[in-house]
Design a binder for this molecule. Structure first.
Ligand code: HEC
Length: 123
């Protein structure tokens, strides 16, 4: 019974949630970040990431989502939500040795506030 039920529950659960960080990373971010294209901090390279990790999860996630220099806003995928983008940042930061977790409600709010501020500054 359990053998049938568990995969079924898993299938239901996983389609009900958004793409996890690794999936988003592979589908959207790896194009640039796997090789360090155009000056992108290369995934899994602590040297490229240690300074960024020190900026903190909220700032780094918000700045990346809003776009920084050659880094396109939302990784160039307009339909990417803040939580999805945040998961991909967690994945990349952790590949480089951080121990970040999925941002909770309060952190997501702070991320969204910073994104809004950045969008205003650009106008
Ligand atoms: C078209 C290439 C490209 C894609 C696709 C891309 N990035 Fe980047 N990313 C860059 C480049 C280039 C930089 C370095 C920007 C700079 O500092 O000049 C960067 C920098 C970053 C930074 C550091 C921002 C900061 O504050 O310095 C984060 C975080 C980031 N990317 C996350 C992501 C995530 C998450 C995705 C996928 C959802 C993604 N990127 C997709 C090119 C890309």
């Amino acid at each position: 019974m359990q053998r049938v039920l568990l995969p079924l529950l898993w299938a239901l659960f996983s389609t009900a949630t958004w793409a996890d960080g690794e999936t988003t990373y592979n589908q959207v971010c790896a194009v640039c970040h796997a090789q360090g294209l155009a000056g992108a901090p290369k995934a899994g390279e602590p040297k490229a990431w240690s300074k960024l990790i020190k900026e903190g999860q909220i700032n780094l996630t918000a700045d990346g989502y809003a776009g920084v220099r050659a880094m396109p806003a939302k990784g160039g995928k307009p339909e990417l939500s803040v939580p999805e983008f945040a998961e991909a940042v967690v994945h990349m930061a952790n590949l480089a040795g951080a121990n970040w977790k999925t941002p909770d409600e309060a952190s997501l709010k702070k991320i969204e506030q910073r994104i809004a501020k950045r969008a205003q500054a650009k106008k």
